[in-house]
Ligand binder design. Structure first.
Ligand SMILES: *[C@@H]1O[C@H](CO)[C@@H](O)[C@H](O)[C@H]1NC(C)=O
Ligand SMILES: *[C@@H]1O[C@H](CO)[C@@H](O)[C@H](O)[C@H]1NC(C)=O
Ligand SMILES: *[C@@H]1O[C@H](CO)[C@@H](O)[C@H](O)[C@H]1NC(C)=O
Ligand SMILES: *[C@@H]1O[C@H](CO)[C@@H](O)[C@H](O)[C@H]1NC(C)=O
Ligand SMILES: *[C@@H]1O[C@H](CO)[C@@H](O)[C@H](O)[C@H]1NC(C)=O
Ligand SMILES: *[C@@H]1O[C@H](CO)[C@@H](O)[C@H](O)[C@H]1NC(C)=O
Ligand SMILES: *[C@@H]1O[C@H](CO)[C@@H](O)[C@H](O)[C@H]1NC(C)=O
Length: 702
């Protein structure tokens, strides 16, 4: 393939990305929420804990440390869009949104404080110092000095990062809150002036696409925190700023309350893909963020219809566009549930945050399961085991990871190297946005319940100190099914462990006052309660499950066991090359990379083209009290499946396996196939045709 054809593909993608979207005012809802001096925000059912109170343990600690020693923890020192960002006096941005350092900052704050890592704390502190010291005299935060270049959007992530920083280091709260108030006063006056900084006008350069209005509610989390904790006689201005952000979205035609509606929401669309909406709605990452739009208004209006709509939004998404691995299929636009399309890394990252956040308000058990599904499957599957490279798009059926060699190419708004593990295999947003995923998963893993208890809701190894109690969770979950807790507390309290919806009723629990395990009896919200007395005690939960087969269209299916999706194990051959630059033109200069940054070309060396028999599945679990590190590596997880399978004829299209053949043509003899956790298999086939096979000896090694 020629460089010019790569360049053409990228130019086409970029042209689309930069199209200005005409505004379609379509205000169906009353926009104004009553502002009262004493207006209270809706409180979550589960309160999150201050950043830093939860520490990772076991495999999760290993992975977050690997993240810190991989790309995430080194971007500040070498990556041109962070190290030389305009935000800290440099000159290099990948877009006029100037969002790259803000994305990085939003992820690095919870990473630095979650690990309590002095080196990373130094990075974020240096950034905070620079940004606050350079706040402009009119209150503007950031490097832009002309009205045309001043967009509000990137500041949502700066404020989110600052909020987390103030929570983790209260000694800095005053200084941060001062800066936030000065900024809010300015943003309020800009928004009052015909939505300046939010809606791009003729000569504005800050946002050619309308990302700001589509994501206006991202400002709400930090502003609602400011409103509740540090209002400083400025409540009215904070409140109106939030209202104006939403009103701007409505004027621009991206009010998500008009989109998350049955009958309006786009159901499965097949190629050629029609786009009846502004593409801002059909965009996977925007959708992952837009799930929180009704909820952000609900907190202010107390309008139960918006809470209900949040549930409806999740259900619509789940039915039509949720991938097997827990993300949203969209390249970058949502299409159908076919396994070749792929999903962006920013989408799994934002989905993990959105489902964890919404879970705290709705309390529905399936939402925490969804967060775990994304965290243990889609997300790790898109990162190399050493966390030094990532994919832009992950396909559910992806037997190779390399430049795709067919035109017209398979993706609509993704370049031909979209599935390569690299530094910036496509748009650089995922390079700088992915760091937030695991640290925020950690920060939301334990919560305070409405009755003042403590609940372990996103299951993983770690510990928490809160309300005079320290709880240590020792587990290899999701690779093992047992959770052991050691608890020390100054006063009696109720401890809850969330029981995943897939766990069978034969799962057992042992409380602090008994040596006898009993069958679980979770609440309607899926919480198993334990009364923990003052002093030291222990609690155990032993989950039981069987492999689950989830069927999809055209006689196809996928296999899960516990929280993990499984894929056919594919042996592969990997080679590392100097990274390409995201705009496709050339290989990056060594001054823009480090010795650890590579693009990885992965080719299968064993068959990938199989169909399977869902009635013949066996679990193979090794005894592993300690897990290998890195765990998200091929062959590392101690649990695998053996599945009866057979090779079939599976045609290619766009240099990728076609949709699963509904009447597969068998080409081999039945055999016992090895299936491994999806997150550990960088090349994989997870969405497969179903066949009936004669009985296969599943213990026979292949
Ligand atoms: C307000 O902005 C819109 C574009 O968003 C523009 O069409 C309109 O003319 C502006 N109104 C005023 C009074 O400047
Ligand atoms: C936009 O820029 C052009 C060219 O500099 C100028 O003539 C025009 O007045 C500007 N429009 C606005 C609304 O500032
Ligand atoms: C808030 O306003 C009241 C009355 O105007 C004033 O007494 C009080 O000092 C103010 N508080 C702050 C924190 O500015
Ligand atoms: C099912 O098969 C039909 C007909 O071949 C095809 O149009 C459709 O895309 C397939 N759907 C899925 C989800 O594979
Ligand atoms: C593995 O990749 C290398 C480098 O691309 C290539 O030379 C070699 O032939 C490949 N081996 C196999 C077994 O595919
Ligand atoms: C590499 O460096 C040269 C010289 O500074 C520059 O012209 C070129 O654009 C750089 N290439 C990339 C991909 O950044
Ligand atoms: C796993 O450990 C249990 C108990 O320690 C033992 O009974 C069993 O044989 C072990 N299984 C394997 C495969 O080592």
């Amino acid at each position: 393939m020629s460089v010019s054809s790569i360049a053409r593909a990228f130019t086409a993608a970029l042209a689309l990305l930069c199209t200005t979207i005409p505004a379609h005012p379509q205000a169906l809802y009353p926009q104004t929420v009553k502002a009262r001096d004493d207006a209270k925000l809706v409180q979550p059912i589960y309160q999150s804990l201050p950043l830093g109170s939860i520490k990772p343990g076991g495999w999760l600690k290993d992975q977050i440390e690997t993240e810190a020693s991989g790309l995430a923890g080194n971007l500040f020192d070498f990556y041109r869009y962070v190290q030389d960002s305009m935000w800290i006096g440099g000159h290099t941005e990948y877009s006029p949104l100037h969002e790259s350092a803000p994305y990085w900052f939003n992820g690095l704050v919870p990473l630095a404080f979650g690990l309590d890592d002095a080196r990373l704390r130094g990075q974020v502190t240096a950034f905070v110092d620079y940004v606050l010291d350079h706040q402009q005299s009119d209150g503007w935060i950031g490097p832009e000095t002309t009205p045309e270049s001043r967009g509000l959007w990137a500041r949502c992530y700066i404020l989110l990062g600052l909020m987390q920083y103030a929570q983790a280091d209260p000694s800095q709260a005053d200084r941060i809150v001062d800066a936030m108030h000065r900024y809010v006063n300015l943003a309020h006056s800009m928004l009052q002036n015909n939505f300046t900084g939010l809606l791009p006008k003729a000569n504005d350069s800050f946002d050619g696409d309308g990302f700001g209005p589509a994501r206006a509610h991202e400002m709400h989390i930090p502003l609602q925190w400011l409103y509740e904790r540090y209002p400083r006689n400025n409540s009215q201005v904070i409140w109106e700023t939030m209202e104006l952000m939403i009103e701007g979205s409505t004027v621009f035609g991206v009010d998500w309350r008009n989109f998350w509606v049955p009958g309006v929401y786009p159901e499965v669309t097949y190629t050629p893909r029609e786009q009846p909406y502004t593409w801002l709605f059909n965009h996977g990452v925007n959708m992952a963020e837009g799930l929180r739009f009704p909820l952000s208004i609900y907190r202010m209006s107390h309008d139960e219809a918006l809470r209900t709509q949040t549930r409806t939004a999740l259900d619509l998404l789940s039915q039509w566009h949720k991938s097997l691995a827990g993300t949203i299929i969209g390249d970058e636009f949502v299409t159908d549930l076919n396994p070749s399309r792929g999903a962006e890394l920013c989408t799994s990252t934002e989905m993990m945050f959105s489902t964890a956040y919404i879970y705290q308000y709705l309390g529905d058990n399936d939402l925490a399961d969804w967060t775990e599904l994304t965290a243990f499957n889609a997300f790790p599957g898109q990162l190399s085991p050493d966390w030094w490279s990532h994919q832009y798009v992950q396909q559910e059926n992806q037997p190779w990871s390399r430049t795709l060699n067919e035109y017209p190419q398979m993706w609509q708004n993704v370049g031909v190297r979209g599935n390569v593990f690299g530094l910036e295999p496509n748009y650089p947003c995922c390079t700088v946005n992915h760091p937030q995923a695991y640290p925020k998963f950690l920060a939301n893993s334990f919560v305070i319940t409405e009755d003042g208890g403590i609940a372990h809701v996103l299951l993983s190894p770690g510990s928490v100190t809160a309300k005079g109690a320290t709880i240590l969770a020792d587990t290899t979950y999701p690779f093992g099914m047992d959770l052991q807790y050691s608890i020390t507390t100054e006063t009696e309290f109720t401890f809850y462990v969330r029981i995943p919806a897939w766990a069978s009723s034969s799962s057992t629990a042992t409380g602090p006052s008994s040596d006898v395990s009993t069958q679980i009896s979770p609440t309607d919200q899926g919480l198993q309660a334990f009364t923990v007395p003052k002093g030291e005690s222990s609690v155990t939960v032993n989950l039981q499950a069987e492999p689950r087969v989830v069927t999809r269209a055209n006689n196809s299916a996928a296999v899960y066991y516990g929280a993990l999706l499984y894929t056919l194990a594919i042996d592969f051959n990997e080679s590392a090359i100097q990274p390409w630059s995201w705009d496709g033109g050339s290989v990056l200069n060594s001054s823009d990379t480090t010795p650890q940054t590579h693009d990885h070309i992965i080719e299968p060396t064993s068959p990938w083209n199989i169909a399977f028999d869902p009635s013949q599945i066996k679990v193979v679990q090794a005894n592993a009290s300690t897990l290998p590190n890195p765990i998200w590596d091929y062959g590392a997880p101690p649990v695998e499946l053996r599945v009866a399978a057979v090779e079939i004829d599976w045609p290619l299209k766009f240099d990728t396996p076609e949709d699963p053949p509904s009447e597969p043509l068998v080409t081999g003899k039945p055999f016992s196939a090895r299936f491994v956790p999806f997150g550990s298999a960088k090349v994989h086939m997870a969405h497969l045709p179903v066949v009936q096979l004669p009985e296969v000896d599943l213990d026979a090694s292949t």
